[in-house]
Design a protein around this ligand. Sequence first.
Ligand SMILES: Nc1nc2c(ncn2[C@@H]2O[C@H](COP(=O)(O)OP(=O)(O)O)[C@@H](O)[C@H]2O)c(=O)[nH]1
Ligand SMILES: [Mg+2]
Length: 404
Amino acid sequence: MNGYVNSTKTVYKDNNSFAGLDLFSAVKGCFDRIAASTNNLKHLNIMLVGKSGVGKSTLINNLFREKLAQTGGVRPVTNDITGYSKPNFPLTVYDSRGFELNKSAQKNIKKQIVSTITKCASTGRTEDAIHCLLYCINSGSRRIEPDELSWIMELTSESYILKVPVIVVLTQSYSAPYAKQISDFIKSRNLGVSAVVPVLAEDYDLGMGQAVKHYGLDNLIYEIERTLTDELAETLANVQKASADLKQRKASLIVNASTAEAAAAVALTPLPVADSVVLVGIQTKMLAEITTVYGLGISRSFISLFLSTALGTSGATIGGRTLVSALKLIPGIGTAAGGMINAAVASGITTAMGNAYIQLMTMIHNGQILPEELDSKINLEKLFAVIDTAFRNQTDEDDFKTAE
Ligand SMILES: Nc1nc2c(ncn2[C@@H]2O[C@H](COP(=O)(O)OP(=O)(O)O)[C@@H](O)[C@H]2O)c(=O)[nH]1
Ligand SMILES: [Mg+2]
């Protein structure tokens, strides 16, 4: 029975309200937390190196969710290195020339790269250091100069000493088999790089209505993530837009942690439903943290709609059915015997809410729901369906049934 306590408490004041929930403060709490957890992200610094024309700018524009090269955020660091940033966005990209021009110019560029890395590390603050270096080679040009490989080798050995992991990015890899050949060749040279990743950042037009689809950016994000600490990986999840997988993985961890927290909160003393405000606090924190992972500009009305639907305060209906029924599906709630929320019920509600919210964030991320039209009829129907399914799935879970 899992610490389950019988109670004759009335669960619902009426059919459409969830007792004890002050929706306004819940939404406000959620918004404050979104701001706080976004502010808490550690600043990430990535350096790109490569000849002009290899596709560095195209890469940046397709990896990250904000356009960085905006007025005000562009800063010359040295002659050949430019820093790109944006207010309230925890990422700086350093864009450097690579192996080009004559030998003395190359030497000079390498010196600037090394001195910039050294200077950034010299403050001793993790947030100033360069965390990862992406060395870009155009694999579409089908030619790698042996000298460039020696140059990379020198650069990686210096970066290695400076503890900056290097990833070789094969840009414009519209021929995957050829990119694979180059990749294998580079790997065989033991340059000391963390990974070699072929990418095509944007579709490549072959003419006659044919195109090679873009690919590889999600892989690149995965390889960058592997070089970072957990804290900086949180930032990467937020600033990048190329990997839905990274966002989902980070968001799922948040749901698991919040579910455990919710279970722990009621483990010793099952809560009367009327006191569920404790759980709502845990759940709004969860929604805020997930929103931060996605880096989406979510409106108050959306959060409000989500919470009221998930917690059954809205009285919204779909197909003539009241959505509050979602909560009532949970064994034990809504019956006289089940006036208390025990650990299993608390876990179930929290997991269902978290999963529903992740799915909605993913749909917004993928453009299946337009953020500016969140309260259109068609989007509301999607929202209801997602929440309804998530709660129904939870009631099918075995451990959840132990609440009965
Ligand atoms: N279709 C396609 N074109 C690309 C890609 N990457 C670079 N380009 C093209 O190559 C040119 C140089 O790219 P750019 O990003 O400006 O190179 P940068 O000088 O290294 O910043 C531009 O005309 C891009 O459109 C890609 O992934 N797909
Ligand atoms: Mg450029």
